[in-house]
Design a binder for this molecule. Structure first.
Ligand code: SP5
Ligand code: ZN
Length: 340
């Protein structure tokens, strides 16, 4: 198992609006530190990644959005200053076509979908290099060198082609899948086991037939990201039938989760995927402060084992997981299950 990780993430420590109050984001630098420390203790060597290719970023996201992310902090400082986190206060209303404003405050609303996510001084650097880890992990796997894991922070699966939210800015799992396509895989699957629906990944590939997206998550009627993630969202146009949602009730345990996992893996086999991206959130863990599912550390080992049964080249990308005391053990259990 090749592990890609970098220190660039440490510059990103955002704030989030939580129950009416601004708090330091639950998505903290400590998360990646705990994972890296545990993996090193267990003997995994950590390698840095390349910078992501511009054209790869632009196949997943719009050029305007990438340019916005790159410059938003500096523009916010000119406009607002005092080193406060950059965050929207207005979002486009849904009932009529809307346009992209010029002003940074308006663009923050245009390019985001929630206030759990803000831009701080190091956000671009962290998100850019996280995408590079995903690209490098995909390159490693595409070259036939065995499985790879990218310790991406910030996470990515909520980010759409032109909007950040849910602690996500650049969609690292989508970057990995697109890289596998660009390296010759005609059918790639993304399986998202994060507790939350991978709405951004779904949106990016919704009309594409070359990337199957499948997500196991808490029912969006009761949980973030609230507005998508239902079972009847099947994809559209050429992508019809290439999106699978497996929403589960709040509080779901191992049995419900593994039934969904087996169903998703079966669909991935039927689809004929030649490579697989696992969007590895560990927030389905029983003690996760944001989740309600009941998975144990051993269950993450079993997820890895199940995934390995497909015998596909696998790129694993870190998504959520907020039980910092256990996050290292959960990730390493999954990786050990995967390699057998
Ligand atoms: C990648 C990922 O797992 N994103 C999840 C984003 C969820 N954001 C909304 C969570 C709101 C919880 N507020 C914090 C409560 C702290 N006690
Ligand atoms: Zn999550």
């Amino acid at each position: 198992m090749k592990v890609f990780a970098s220190e660039h993430h440490m510059q990103h420590h955002a704030f989030e609006l939580s129950r009416g109050r601004m708090i330091p984001s639950v998505e903290s630098p400590e998360r990646a530190h705990m994972i890296a420390t545990q993996l090193e203790v267990e003997g995994f060597a950590l390698s840095d990644g390349d910078c992501p290719d511009d054209d790869l970023l632009h196949r997943v996201h719009t050029e305007a959005y990438i340019e916005f992310l790159r410059t938003a902090w500096d523009r916010w400082q000119v406009e607002v200053g005092n080193a406060a986190p950059a965050m929207a206060i207005s979002w486009p209303e849904r009932s009529q076509p809307t346009r992209r404003p010029k002003h940074i405050v308006g663009q923050l609303g245009f390019h985001s979908f929630g206030a759990d996510c803000s831009i701080v001084a190091g956000t671009w650097e962290a998100a850019f290099h996280a995408a590079g880890l995903a690209q490098s992990a995909a390159d490693h796997v595409a070259s036939g060198n065995g499985p790879a894991y990218a310790l991406c922070r910030p996470p990515g699966h909520h980010a759409t082609k032109d909007q950040f939210g849910g602690y996500c800015y650049i969609n690292n799992s989508a970057i990995a899948a697109q890289r596998l396509v660009d390296r010759g895989h005609k059918c790639v699957a993304i399986l998202d086991v994060d507790y939350h629906h991978g709405n951004g990944t779904q949106a990016i590939f919704y009309e594409r037939a070359d990337v199957l997206t499948a997500s196991i998550h808490a029912n969006p009627a009761d949980e973030f990201p609230w507005f998508t993630g239902y079972a009847d969202e099947e994809g559209a146009g050429a992508g019809r039938g290439c999106n699978i949602n497996l929403p589960l009730p709040l509080g779901s345990g191992r049995d419900a989760f593994f039934d969904a996992l087996v169903a998703a893996l079966k669909e991935i086999e039927t689809f004929g995927a030649t490579a697989l991206v696992i969007a590895l959130g560990t927030d389905a863990f029983v003690d996760d402060p944001l989740g309600t599912f009941q998975l144990s550390t051993d269950d993450f080992f079993a997820i890895g084992e199940r995934v390995s049964m497909l015998s596909l080249p696998v790129v694993s990308i870190q998504e959520g997981g907020y039980a910092n005391a256990a996050i290292g053990a959960n990730v390493s259990a999954y990786l050990r299950g995967l390699v057998g």
